[in-house]
Every structure is written in structure tokens, then in C-alpha cells.
Design a protein around this ligand. Structure first.
Ligand code: PLP
Length: 391
């Protein structure tokens, strides 16, 4: 091996201001769910233009309380794209509901809108329409939310945006998370994502009722808000009540302080990601690859740079290219193995062959290193290695 330095596919960007922000909390009064959590919530809601934000300990938890706030439970049906992380369909099953998958578009890697519409027409005939559709913004590029919103009105389903990849992105000039075309949007602050709080997530919404429900689910179903409480005997102390069944999904103040310090740099992060993506766009265009398509009304947060190998023009297989890169220290990745092919979902009856675009995508894609402080030298090395691998 010429160069033994390992280049990851993603990496958090932590500076002294982040470290100071967390240490300050350790010296202060509250370690968990104190003033920093509320400040972080306010900062995210004003950044994306939503009325309410509920910070939680992961996007997985955010998806869970989003589904529950929308009434998902036994007897409900939720649809989502098969190209997503396990957390997206899992939250549905963890509500005791049924999940079904949708195919993706090979142009956007988001849910295929034709597949969605055809399945809705069919489901209306069979009286098995979904209660909720979870739209996943792959790699940081928003789904066509106005089209999904139109279908939501026509067929009467609610919409959650899984924007784990997409804080910092825009659709029709509005920030992802404005919830203009959805009920709830969920962000992830896992270290590989755009900004991090270590572990962490947030659900944003414009609906006060959904916000209040999600707040309760975050903390055991308990409320100390008098307007949530039922009447109790006057000679007993009822300063809080458990009015629903919830969880402990709370974010700590250390996490919130880190998140706050990170969101102050989000524009810088996205600009650096855009610059790196642009270099890949320019330097890879002669190779036998399908590069990410850009759309006028969508501005990506550039969470991932996903290439698709043109297998008919290349002698090597995708696993060979993947292994070659990794053996040479470039830790490429694959986002994602289609959920319906995972042993767990296959065991629930999902069949290979059912989602042809997603399965083709799975055979062709590789995610290249992309993070704000990826040096131009390291990026050059990735480009050269890839070009060698494909030749
Ligand atoms: C990362 C991710 C999640 C889960 O996020 P956590 O914060 O790790 O729980 C969910 N959905 C998608 C699409 C993701 O990429």
C-alpha cells in the first residue's frame, strides 16, 4: 500500500468552540434537558422556519414519536422508500403497525413518484390506503414535496419527512424542515450527518397539537402542563400526570450545547460539502459513472456523494471496486442495502424482485468520502484510486 492513511466516508468536524460549549455545561447546573435543549430547539426551528421543535436522543426516537403523534398503532399502515436506513421502517413496526415499501427513482434516489401514485390508485381500490408516508431525502436532496403533498391531500394520508440527511438543504427555496408540505420533519445529529450532537435528533412541526403529543412521548407520556391534565381531588398533589404511554427519549444539555455550537457553523459546513461535491462532479465526469443529478428547485445539503457504476462499460464488478478502494485506505460505503432484502424484512415476506430500481441501485452504488474538512489532497487520492479501479 502506497499511502497508509485511512480516509473515512464521513467524519464530524469538532472545533474548540464545540469543546468549550460542552465543557461549559459540565460546569453548570443542568446536565440533562436544561436550558441548552430549549435553546437548541429554538435555534433549529428558526433555522428551518418551523413553529415547534422537539429535541430527542436520536432521529430514530424522533421518527418513533412522530409516528405515534400521528396516531400510528396496531391496524395502521405506513409506506416508505426501501432505500433508507433501518430506522425508517423499524419505527413503524415498533408502533405495532404495518409497513410497506416503495421503489426509488434512478434519477433522484428518492421515492419514485410514479410508483407511489400507482400504488395509491391500487390501494384505494383495495381500501388499504396508507395512513402515513415517510419521505426520505436521500443524500441530502429533498423529495418533490409539493407533489407528495398533492397526493397526500388526494388520498388522505399524513406525511413525515425523514430529513436525517438533509438539514441545510432547500426545496423550492424553503429550508428542509419548514414543514410546508408535511406534518412533521425529523433530523439526525449522528456524527456522520451534517451537524452533530454526538447522538441526537429533532422533530419539527407547525402543528401545536402534534408538538404537544411528541413532547409527552419524549418523556414517559408525562405532562406538567395544567391544560393536559385531568381533574383530580383538590386535597391531593397532582403537579404532573402521566396521560399517555411514552419513553425516555430526552436529549442531554451536553448534547444540546454541542448541537447549538454546530448549527452556528452549518452554512460553512454545507458550503464546504458543496465545494467537494462540485470537484467530484467535475473530476469524475469522464469516468463510466452516473453522477448525482442536480435539480433547479432542490438544493442538497450534500450529505453523501453517491456514484453509480455503469456496469456494462466496466470490467470490474461493484464489489471489486468497493474492495479495491477499501484495501487502499479509502473507506467507501454503501447507502443503502434495500430494506426489503434485509433478512428481517425478507422474513416478513418481502420478495427480491419487487423493487427493480432499488435492486439495480444496490448493484451499482458506492458512497465516496465527503465531509467538510476532507483535504483536496485526500480527495485527489480518492479520485485517482477510483479512476484506477474503473480502468
Ligand atoms: C441516520 C439516519 C437515521 C437514524 O438516525 P439516528 O440519529 O442515528 O437515530 C434515520 N434515517 C436515516 C435516513 C438516516 O440516515
Amino acid at each position: 500500500m502506497k499511502n497508509s492513511k485511512i480516509i473515512p466516508y464521513a467524519c464530524q468536524d469538532i472545533d474548540q468552540s464545540d469543546i468549550d460549549a460542552v465543557t461549559d455545561v459540565l460546569k453548570a447546573e443542568f446536565l440533562t434537558q436544561g436550558p441548552k435543549v430549549e435553546e437548541f430547539e429554538n435555534s433549529v426551528s428558526s433555522y428551518c422556519g418551523a413553529n415547534y421543535a422537539i429535541a430527542v436522543n436520536s432521529a430514530t426516537s424522533g421518527l418513533q414519536i412522530a409516528c405515534q403523534a400521528l396516531g400510528i398503532g396496531p391496524g395502521s399502515l405506513v409506506w416508505t422508500s426501501t432505500i433508507t436506513f433501518a430506522a425508517t421502517p423499524n419505527c413503524v413496526l415498533n408502533c405495532g403497525a404495518r409497513v410497506n415499501f416503495l421503489d426509488v427513482s434512478l434519477q433522484t434516489y428518492n421515492v419514485c413518484l410514479d410508483d407511489l401514485e400507482n400504488k395509491l390508485i391500487d390501494a384505494e381500490i383495495k381500501a388499504d390506503l396508507p395512513d402515513v408516508v415517510i419521505a426520505v431525502h436521500m443524500a441530502g436532496s429533498s423529495c418533490d414535496m409539493s407533489k407528495i403533498h398533492q397526493l397526500a391531500i388526494k388520498y388522505g394520508f399524513k406525511v413525515i419527512e425523514d430529513a436525517s440527511h438533509a438539514i441545510g438543504g432547500f426545496f423550492d427555496e424553503k429550508p428542509v424542515g419548514s414543514c410546508d408540505h408535511s406534518d412533521i420533519t425529523v433530523f439526525s445529529f449522528h456524527p456522520v450527518k451534517i451537524i452533530t450532537s454526538g447522538e441526537g435528533g429533532m422533530a419539527v412541526t407547525n402543528d401545536p397539537v402534534l408538538a404537544s403529543r411528541m413532547k409527552k412521548f419524549r418523556s414517559h407520556g408525562i405532562s406538567s402542563d395544567p391544560s393536559d391534565m385531568l381533574e383530580r381531588p383538590k386535597n391531593e398533589i397532582w403537579n404532573y400526570q402521566q396521560v399517555d404511554l411514552g419513553f425516555n427519549f430526552r436529549m442531554t444539555d451536553m448534547q444540546a450545547a454541542l448541537g447549538l455550537s454546530q448549527i452556528a457553523r452549518i452554512d460553512e459546513f454545507v458550503a464546504a460539502r458543496r465545494r467537494i461535491a462540485k470537484k467530484y462532479d467535475d473530476d469524475l465526469k469522464e469516468l463510466p459513472l452516473n453522477l448525482p443529478k442536480r435539480f433547479k428547485n432542490v438544493q442538497s445539503s450534500y450529505h453523501l456523494y453517491i456514484i453509480r457504476i455503469k456496469l456494462t462499460e466496466v470490467k470490474k464488478s461493484q464489489p471489486e471496486v468497493f474492495d479495491f478502494m477499501r484495501k487502499n485506505g479509502v473507506m467507501v460505503n454503501l447507502h443503502y442495502i434495500p430494506c426489503h432484502l434485509q433478512p428481517y424484512y425478507a422474513g416478513r415476506g418481502f420478495k427480491r424482485g419487487a423493487y427493480p430500481n432499488a435492486e439495480q441501485y444496490f448493484q451499482e452504488v458506492i458512497s465516496l468520502p465527503l465531509f467538510p474538512h476532507l483535504s483536496s489532497g485526500d480527495q485527489e487520492r480518492c479520485i485517482e484510486l477510483l479512476s484506477t479501479a474503473l480502468s
